[in-house]
Design a protein around this ligand. Structure first.
Ligand SMILES: N[C@@H](CCC(=O)N[C@@H](CS)C(=O)NCC(=O)O)C(=O)O
Length: 363
């Protein structure tokens, strides 16, 4: 509704500075506070309370931290898509409502591409409808620390962080939901005790286990694989193991090459195309499955949070489809979206896109 575009509660409150926005390191900066019902996916984020009902609904019965103060008009209450909020509660159609809220902040031409993007991502993501795990709200500067070093294993994450997502997927894939507790940290309003008592590097992810705290996402994925029960994240085959190491070493470089085109004006750079082609070729190396080593492994865990984001960013910012003429990447995305351990950790694509565009000052 056009009048909603200027509604005072529709603004996005940015929490990063211009200096931060100018640099390229997208992982370091906190999310802007988005005043929509994006809280369905980010339990700690403040939620706008609309005075007159826009096109959104409550995820009812909602826990108090996510309660919405309005309902859909009766004729819009039953959408076709299901909401999968983090509480595990399944309702209709709040996930659509989140997109609606975001869409209405965009102008009309952007709205077309936003709808198109959502639809394309929906088509190729083959979204599953298993209920989301009930995750706690992110801890902020005013939150008490958990009872540290009490024997509980804790994985500290930020729900939007692609590095944390790696360790989180590993934990899910190995079926360790009851053994490793997820603790969300609000990076924009970080609790002082996190740096002082948990992880001096003050980054996420970190893992509190056996009275020690370890960090670095790729190390954590390997650590979780070797120190806990559950399906192995690496095959026995030595050629595959060696290829895995090469690919793990390459992640940072490929992320840099991909990210460079997002932050610069003009066409997609040659080095970006080369990095995507290299990923495409790597996915074709073993023919016993659609993943980097054939079957699903920790290499897929290392890449997927970034492939997910770059597909969204290239499509939404550069109008460039990373899967075009790259059938292996296309198939990879399709197949990885059938893995619940991963889809449990995904965020709304429109939310990620809007957040990144804001952060980079892209219109
Ligand atoms: N190399 C680290 C990178 C982790 C990282 O940069 N995490 C970001 C969030 S996505 C972070 O904690 N940033 C906070 C900061 O740098 O202060 C890893 O792989 O775990």
């Amino acid at each position: 509704h056009p009048s909603m575009e200027h509604h005072p509660n529709r603004r996005v409150e940015s929490t990063f500075t211009a200096a931060q926005a100018r640099t390229n390191d997208f992982a370091r900066f906190p999310l802007p506070r988005v005043t929509t019902d994006a809280r369905l996916h980010f339990p700690s984020r403040p939620v706008a309370v609309y005075k007159d009902p826009p096109l959104a609904t409550s995820c009812s019965p909602s826990p108090p931290h996510r309660r919405q103060e309005f309902e859909l008009p009766p004729n819009r209450r039953h959408g076709r898509r299901r909401c999968r909020c983090r509480t595990g509660h399944v309702s209709r159609p709040s996930r659509g409502a989140e997109s609606t809220a975001l869409h209405s902040r965009l102008n009309y031409s952007n709205r077309f591409s936003a709808v198109f993007l959502t639809w394309r991502l929906f088509l190729c993501s083959n979204v599953r409808s298993s209920p989301k795990e009930n995750l706690p709200p992110s801890l902020t500067s005013t939150s008490e620390p958990p009872p540290l070093f009490d024997g509980t294993t804790r994985l500290y994450v930020a729900y939007h962080c692609p590095y944390a997502q790696r360790a989180w997927i590993a934990r899910n894939y190995k079926g360790l939901q009851d053994k490793i507790k997820i603790i969300g940290i609000d990076l924009a309003d970080r609790p002082a005790w996190y740096k002082e008592k948990v992880y001096p590097q003050n980054k996420v992810p970190s893992l509190e286990h056996n009275n020690e705290v370890k960090g670095e996402s790729l190390d954590l994925v390997k650590y979780i694989d070797s120190n806990f029960d559950g399906p192995a994240l690496l095959p026995d085959d030595s050629a595959k193991k060696q290829f895995a190491e090469e690919l793990l070493v390459y992640t940072d470089e490929s992320n840099k090459a991909l990210y460079s085109s997002i932050t610069s004006k003009g066409d997609v750079a040659e080095e970006t195309v080369a990095a995507l082609d290299k990923i495409e070729a790597a996915l074709g190396k073993f023919s016993d499955g659609p993943f980097f080593l054939g079957q699903f492994s920790l290499v897929d865990i290392a890449y997927v949070p970034f492939i997910e984001r770059f597909q969204i960013f290239f499509s939404g910012i550069k109008n460039y489809d990373i899967t075009k003429d790259r059938p292996n990447i296309q198939k990879f995305i399709e197949e990885v979206n059938k893995i619940d351990a991963y889809t449990q950790t995904k965020l709304d694509p429109q939310f990620l896109l809007e957040h990144t565009k804001k952060r980079l000052g892209i219109e």
